[in-house]
Design a protein around this ligand. Structure first.
Ligand code: WTA
Length: 664
């Protein structure tokens, strides 16, 4: 262990809590601790504070309608438009020349859009979408990497009241088709390609393959020319249009923002769950946008004058809420970076912080662990003194990584917010407030004001401080999902059934279950322990083990497969696949290769197994259930749990010795 590490570990042992710096507190958006009591005493009207951050075309009548749980309605009868709130009102308020988006491409190109510029392009693209036939409530799929046209397309959809469904660009053709089919989406916006570590990738080829798998007519496809050259065959199909041509056609056109009901859908976002089918999480215009704006204000401490950067990808919920909607609703400058953190050098992110004088930086623990591994010389080589606040999201952050971030990025002068939330929650739920709370590395913090979270046992009783249990949310909140697209039944069974009395229409009998394990300490600080369902978290990406298993079982020569998450230094968790071959097939390099390809094709490279272990059998109980827990023990190199309930206990050691042999 290096000297620095020893010093760090010792300090961590004697200093387990940190206070926010006075200078930060003095300027914080929220710094009065009475906010917790105030929200509790005044619930649900406390949420007017969130709604007040927006401009409404028509005032809402009721903050919360909870007459039909768990189908809650927020800000009923209120009318507003999300694109108006993210653009027009800032232009009208005299901020038209403020930068809205500062974009940096992987190759170093930059583009700045002022609020005026952004508004212009959003209007033109909204006009173009209309001309393509997009009507209010039509779902438009956006399959795009981190280029400015993605937020432009999102806001154009919002402007005309067409919900968007963004599909992460790293997902496969098949994943795109599944999502377009599920949402009956007849419109797609995509691009020709993009850059990764300096190489151009063919994205349109993948999009076209996905389109071939869509079971209904696709009316129109818009293709952004990102590569600007002839790297790939760029022949557009009959229903495909070039983005620039459409903007030219609609040059200078303005589209009135459509008045949307607070409860009208703003977007759909597909996410992984327990079954093989991704879930279409539905978010609304009033509740979601208020909540994204409120948490950006209270937790990220965003001011319009700030330059704010969230390094997530807009293909995930974090980018929706905290690159696009929250920051733009508040009228700040949001930075977008196309590429990877280590291209061309491992100081790329710090170079960007220095170049743009970033005030607030929000990233994922997996990135911090990679930075730690690369070493402090990279952040130290850049001027990071503009930073005021740091944040993390996506997975638990271990205290050492927290400390490293605090010292080497924040120079011990920036509070860190470790924010727990989910695609389904729309925005942050459990985190410290940076201008108020003591920080405890490793613990996300208390629930936010107005959020009622508990840690309970299997029967729903609260567990004692220090004990592990299940996280529940016992009251609704404005940013919550409203349902799963076209599937109210699954909405109830996935999120509510576990701890609710589903026959009751009393909202107190309804409890939201996020499917995370957690513990709570005497001060009410919550430490998230990870998923308790069949979802694994690889580098902050949420993946369903069932989805990966079905991809593997689809490969010729595979009879059965079980996938679990094993701990990984950088990724947090990595995919371990245990595979039984069909008669006549060998578990050889060829099959291994085809399994990796199968997962790439069905989901994308993010889901690629770290280890593929061929085995004659899987550990099963007498009733035939696969004992995943034991497979996790093997993946983690942990002592094996109890094998006595197994039909075939000897197989576990056999698998273990194979894994050990493979990792040697
Ligand atoms: C995990 C990402 C610990 C958790 C916004 C959750 C976290 C899942 C944290 C949601 C955190 C997110 N500490 N775990 N600060 N934030 N998680 O839907 O397991 O992609 O259920 O949303 O990530 O992942 P999702």
């Amino acid at each position: 262990m290096a000297d620095g590490d020893i010093e760090m570990e010792t300090r961590l042992e004697d200093e387990v809590a940190f206070e926010p710096p006075e200078e930060f507190v003095a300027q914080a958006n929220v710094s009065d601790p009475s906010i917790y009591d105030e929200f509790e005493a005044n619930w649900p009207e406390c949420w007017e504070r969130a709604a007040d951050l927006l401009d409404w075309d028509e005032e809402y009548e009721q903050v919360l309608d909870d007459s039909n749980p768990p189908f809650y309605k927020w800000f009923t009868e209120g009318k507003l438009n999300a694109s108006y709130n993210c653009l027009d009102r800032h232009v009208e308020n005299g901020d038209k020349n403020r930068a809205a988006i500062k974009w940096e491409g992987e190759l170093g190109e930059t583009r700045t859009y002022t609020y005026q510029d952004l508004s212009r392009e959003v209007n033109e693209f909204a006009a173009a979408l209309r001309a393509q036939g997009v009507e209010e409530d039509d779902v438009v799929t956006l399959y795009m990497p981190m280029i400015p046209e993605l937020p432009i397309a999102m806001l154009a959809c919002a402007r005309i009241g067409a919900p968007h469904s963004v599909v992460f660009a790293g997902f496969s053709a098949e994943a795109l088709a599944t999502r377009m089919n599920s949402a009956d989406s007849e419109y797609l916006v995509t691009c020709d390609g993009y850059y990764r570590r300096g190489d151009s990738l063919d994205h349109l080829g993948k999009a076209n393959e996905g389109l071939d798998g869509v079971g209904h007519d696709v009316e129109s496809v818009v293709v952004v020319d990102r590569l600007g050259g002839d790297d790939f065959d760029r022949d557009l199909r009959d229903n495909q249009h070039d983005w620039d041509d459409l903007l030219t056609e609609h040059d200078g056109q303005r589209v009135e923002p459509v008045e949307r009901d607070a409860e009208d859908m703003l977007f759909l976002m597909y996410t992984s769950g327990t079954t093989g089918q991704p879930k279409g999480v539905k978010h609304t215009t009033g509740g979601y946008l208020s909540y994204a704006a409120w948490t950006s204000h209270a937790v990220l401490d965003i001011e319009p004058e700030d330059t704010y950067w969230c390094s997530a990808d807009i293909g995930w919920i974090t980018g929706h809420s905290y690159i696009v909607y929250g920051p733009l609703a508040l009228g700040t400058t949001t930075v977008m970076y196309e590429g990877t953190p280590d291209y061309p050098e491992r100081d790329r992110l710090w170079e960007i912080v220095e170049k743009y004088s970033v005030d607030i930086f929000y990233t994922a623990p997996t990135a911090i662990r990679a930075f730690m591994k690369w070493g402090k010389k990279f952040p130290e080589s850049r001027d990071l003194s503009s930073l005021r606040l740091l944040g993390t999201v996506g997975e638990p952050i271990n205290p050492r990584a927290w400390q490293w971030y605090y010292e080497h990025v924040g120079n011990e002068e920036c509070p860190i917010v470790d924010t727990w939330w989910q695609t389904e929650t729309g925005g942050m739920m459990i985190t410290t407030l940076p201008g108020i709370s003591t920080m405890k590395p490793g613990a996300a913090g208390p629930p936010l004001p107005g959020i009622d979270a508990q840690i309970v046992d299997t029967t729903g009783d609260e567990v004692e401080a220090g004990r592990a249990g299940y996280l529940t949310v016992n009251k609704p909140w404005p940013g919550m999902l409203r349902t799963l697209y076209n599937n109210d039944e699954r909405y109830i069974s996935e999120y509510w059934e576990a701890y609710s009395d589903t026959d009751s229409d009393d909202p107190d009998d309804w409890v939201y279950f996020p499917e995370d394990g957690a513990k709570i300490d005497e001060d009410g600080y919550i430490t998230i322990l990870g998923r308790v369902d069949d979802v694994i978290n690889v580098s902050g990406h949420r993946l369903g083990t069932m989805e990966i298993e079905s991809a593997i079982v689809g490969v010729e020569g595979v009879a059965e497969a079980a996938v679990v998450g094993g701990t990984h230094d950088i990724k947090g968790e990595a995919v371990y696949a245990y595979v039984i071959t069909e008669d006549g097939y060998e578990g050889d390099d060829d099959l291994h290769e085809r399994i990796i390809e199968g997962v790439n094709d069905a989901i994308g490279p993010i889901a690629r197994p770290e280890e593929v272990v061929f085995t004659p059998e899987l550990p099963k109980t007498r009733s035939g259930k696969i004992m995943r827990r034991l497979l996790e023990d093997v993946a983690n190199g942990d002592e094996l749990g109890n094998t006595s309930t197994l039909r075939n206990p000897e197989i576990v050691e056999e698998i273990e010795s194979k894994v050990n042999a493979q990792s040697d």
